[in-house]
Ligand binder design. Structure first.
Ligand code: VLZ
Length: 137
C-alpha cells in the first residue's frame, strides 16, 4: 500500500514548468504570471473518489476521478482542452495518462522522504514539482 498522498501541500520546487507550459501552448503572458505562483495541492479521498485541487492566488484547477476508470477531463483555465484521462497505480506512483491532441501527456504523483512529488509531462517536456506537507518541515 503506497504512502498516502492525501493532505494539504505547499510547493517548494518547480523545475521546467515553463517548458511544460510551452508544450501545452500557453501564451507568453499567461506563462509569465503562472511561473510566479505558489501552487498548493489539496488531495482528498472521498470513498473511492480522489479529488486533487491545485490552488493559487490567480487560478485554481480541480480534478476528480476514480482509479482505473477513464474520465473526460476539461483543462479549464489551463490549456482548455478536452482529454480522456485514466489514473492507475504503477508501483508506488499514481499515474495519469491524458489522451487528446497532445502526445505523451500526463502526470505522476508519489511520496518520497515525506515530500509529495509530481511530474507533469507533455510532448517530451517534463516539469518536476516537489511539495512539503503544510505545517511540517
Ligand atoms: O495537476 O495537472 O496534481 O489535476 C497550474 C495552475 C496547474 C496555475 C498545473 C496556473 C497543472 C494556471 C496541474 C495558468 C496557466 C495538474 C494534476 C496533478 C491534477
Amino acid at each position: 500500500m503506497p504512502a498516502s498522498l492525501c493532505g494539504t501541500w505547499d510547493i517548494i520546487s518547480n523545475t521546467n514548468f515553463e517548458g511544460y507550459m510551452v508544450a501545452l501552448g500557453i501564451s507568453p503572458n499567461l506563462r509569465k504570471i503562472a511561473l510566479k505562483l505558489k501552487q498548493k495541492k489539496v488531495i482528498e479521498l472521498k470513498g473511492e473518489q480522489y479529488i486533487i485541487k491545485t490552488t493559487s492566488s490567480f487560478r485554481n484547477y480541480t480534478t476528480r476521478f476514480n482509479v482505473g476508470q477513464e474520465f473526460e477531463e476539461f483543462t479549464k483555465g489551463l490549456d482548455n482542452r478536452r482529454l480522456k484521462s485514466l489514473v492507475t497505480w504503477k508501483g508506488n506512483k499514481l499515474v495519469c495518462e491524458q489522451t487528446g491532441e497532445k502526445n505523451n501527456r500526463g502526470w505522476a504523483h508519489w511520496i518520497e522522504d515525506d515530500k509529495l512529488h509530481l511530474d507533469l509531462y507533455c510532448d517530451g517536456e517534463v516539469c518536476s514539482q516537489v511539495f512539503k506537507k503544510k505545517g511540517c518541515e
